[in-house]
Ligand binder design. Structure first.
Ligand code: SF4
Ligand code: FES
Length: 257
């Protein structure tokens, strides 16, 4: 076992002082809602010290673990992969785990709200069932006819490229919940479902494109899109969501995909 030296002790102290020197005081202004306590939501401010290079998710953890354990939000991977921590940060949909404190104007209170258009269950947690129902409705899986092939289904690099962008979706709902059409009645399929339909409609191996197009030809389908580009701006994966929706519209008109 190694014996701690005075030198080692002082370098640990230096490291702690260095860390403290980087900390800044911020205010997290969180929209809180607990249906068991009140029918109304309210803003609650939390003053904490953070390193500006930390993420908003780290700041939320700090509040939850050190100040108020009842603060409720979803997160899993903490690395922009699972899509569970989309929220409105300073009025814009983002993933808390991909948003650095220094990028959200930490001199002012940082506002954090649940995403819009879906029923809030508690604090930052919304009911995702309607969102995932729209996803399921477009049949987000490969549909083929005939006998199973004896080898893998081949595809050219050009054919693969046609739907490459839409394979990147992590189903975070940042796009759908930033769409004013979706806010209005929540019946619109929404950008995320269309993105995931696009992923299969334009896959040369898939044979369910006509079915999916008919589903999206519905009164609550692609024609509800007003091309506001909110979805493209909101997507943390950089997917050209509006472009994908336009391609699906075009495929519906031309029946070429
Ligand atoms: S398209 Fe982008 S914003 Fe929409 S659900 Fe997928 S990853 Fe999230
Ligand atoms: S926690 Fe998984 S994407 Fe942010």
């Amino acid at each position: 076992m190694s014996t701690p030296t005075l030198e080692g002790h002082s370098s640990a102290l230096d490291a702690a002082e260095n860390t403290a020197a980087h900390l800044v005081a911020i205010t997290l202004r969180v929209r809180r809602f607990n249906p068991e306590v009140s029918a109304d939501s309210e803003w609650v401010d939390y003053q904490i010290q953070v390193d500006p290079k930390e993420r908003v998710l780290d700041a939320l953890h700090k509040v939850k673990w050190e100040i108020d354990g009842s603060l409720t939000f979803r997160r899993s991977c903490a690395h922009g992969v699972c899509g569970s921590d989309a929220m409105r940060i300073n009025g814009r949909n983002r993933l808390a785990c991909k948003t650095l404190i220094k990028d959200v104007n930490p001199d002012q209170p940082i506002t954090i709200e649940p995403i819009k258009g879906l029923t809030v269950l508690k604090d930052l947690v919304v009911d995702m069932d309607p969102f995932f129902q729209a996803y399921r409705d477009v049949m987000p899986f490969l549909i083929t006819k005939g006998n199973e092939p004896t080898r893998e289904r081949l595809q050219s690099a050009e054919d693969r490229e046609r739907f490459d962008d839409t394979t990147k979706c992590i189903l975070c709902a940042a796009c759908t919940s930033s769409c004013p059409v979706f806010w209005n009645d929540g019946q619109y399929f929404g950008p995320a479902a269309i993105v995931n339909a696009h992923r299969f409609i334009f896959d040369s191996r898939d044979e369910g494109g006509e079915q999916r197009l008919e589903i999206l030809n519905d009164k609550d389908g692609v024609w509800r899109c007003r091309t506001t580009f909110n979805c493209t701006d909101a997507c943390p994966r950089g997917i050209e969501v509006t472009k994908a929706i336009q391609e699906v519209k075009r495929a519906l008109i031309t029946r070429r995909f």
